[in-house]
Design a protein around this ligand. Sequence first.
Ligand SMILES: [Zn+2]
Length: 116
Amino acid sequence: MHEYSIAVEICDSAIRVAEDNHAASVSTIELEIGELAMINQDQLTFCMESIIKGTLLEGTKLDIDEIKAEIRCECGYTGRAADDSLISYIVCPECGDTAELIRGREIIIKEITVCT
Ligand SMILES: [Zn+2]
């Protein structure tokens, strides 16, 4: 499952940060997830909760911000893609050409707040 492997990576990073900071626990993990990252947030939260049981991450609050997709087109347009074009290919709403995706597929750990 996609979400499970992502959750493992996030937990590994958070534990590393906590250990590097000699933290007793982690209070919050803030994530930014692009709307096209194909992540089900409920599943990700569920996977994280099962992974962190018994680790120093147990009880950590998970904050997820969804990042809206943004495109850039050769015609100069930057912003949202044309409606419904994002799944298969990306279409500029101004000129109808295929545009480049500049935001929306990322999975970023924005901040990890530790308790010492
Ligand atoms: Zn365009």
